[in-house]
Design a protein around this ligand. Structure first.
Ligand code: PTJ
Length: 250
């Protein structure tokens, strides 16, 4: 397997190759599920049609997400096997920027993967990683994603959910949480039910939110509230769908 450092910087598909390499490496290390490879391929297709860039409406969504996380009493960033492999350091940075907890929550949950992901996050600087206690359940979900920590996702008021299937997104919405979803498919159920859908690649969206959070660090609550209230989820989804369906690639 090619080492990430060996991918030439000037290769026209450099970023995409690095991303693939990270997911592949994640599978080898027991962090990412094999289904994660399929999810990655699906995401790549949407990203290609978006021109592999953060469209302006997605940047607005990242700013609104930063504002919502800064306003939250108890924000939690949910981590699965794909984002753990793709952006471990950036997850620790965003948690630090908005003072949020990191919680591992998996669809294909095994104790081995939970531990491997928690260790991986700690190796990248995380101090406290939640999800291992699993002492609470999200009501109405029959699969493993229902298992959460009482003092983590269960009690959170704002949850950042990067790429996943739609069931939990819907169930969290029913618990009245503000839900921020990162998903390259604007038609996915997760994106459709999110309070703030971010149609962008997680490798750009996570640092994008952090950068906005740092810029907004001194903003007062009224300003942050205004940013969240002005954000229009339907318009953001429509802009992404338009870009994907009608986009003109250079
Ligand atoms: O680690 P686990 O066990 O929790 O499993 C995680 C996966 C992602 C395998 C699981 O949640 C799954 O099967 O998800 P889906 O149903 O394949 O949905 C993944 C969604 O994420 C799809 O809409 C993809 O387009 C999108 N996606 C894939 N890669 C990225 C992405 N969105 C943003 N950034 C990406 N890098």
């Amino acid at each position: 397997m090619t080492d990430e450092a060996e991918i030439p910087e000037d290769h026209p598909r450099h970023d995409s190759l690095v991303t693939r390499h990270r997911i592949e490496d994640g599978v080898d290390r027991g962090i990412t599920s094999r289904q994660g490879l399929i999810a990655q391929g699906r995401g790549e297709a949407f990203d290609y049609l978006l021109g592999e860039q953060t469209i302006p409406r997605a940047d607005d969504a990242e700013r609104a997400a930063a504002a919502a996380l800064l306003l939250a009493d108890h924000p939690v960033l949910s981590v699965n096997g794909n984002v753990a492999a793709l952006v471990p350091e950036e997850l620790v940075e965003i948690a630090d920027a908005v003072d949020a907890d990191l919680e591992v929550n998996l669809f294909n949950r095994t104790e081995e993967r939970m531990a491997a992901i928690a260790d991986h996050l700690r190796e990248h600087g995380a101090e406290d990683v939640k999800g291992l206690a699993a002492d609470a359940e999200i009501p109405g979900l029959s699969h493993e994603r229902a298992k959460v920590d009482q003092d983590g996702i269960y009690e959170a008021d704002v949850v950042l959910v990067p790429l996943e299937d739609g069931d939990r997104a819907e169930a969290l919405g029913e618990m009245d949480k503000t839900e921020i979803v990162i998903d390259l498919n604007p038609l996915s159920r997760s994106a459709q039910v999110a309070s703030i859908p971010i149609v962008d690649n997680a490798v750009r969206a996570v640092p994008g939110i952090t950068s906005h959070a740092r810029n907004l660090a001194d903003a007062d609550a009224a300003t942050l509230r205004e940013i969240v209230d002005e954000f229009d989820a339907d318009a953001a989804l429509a802009a992404a769908e338009d870009a994907i369906r009608g986009g003109e690639l250079e």
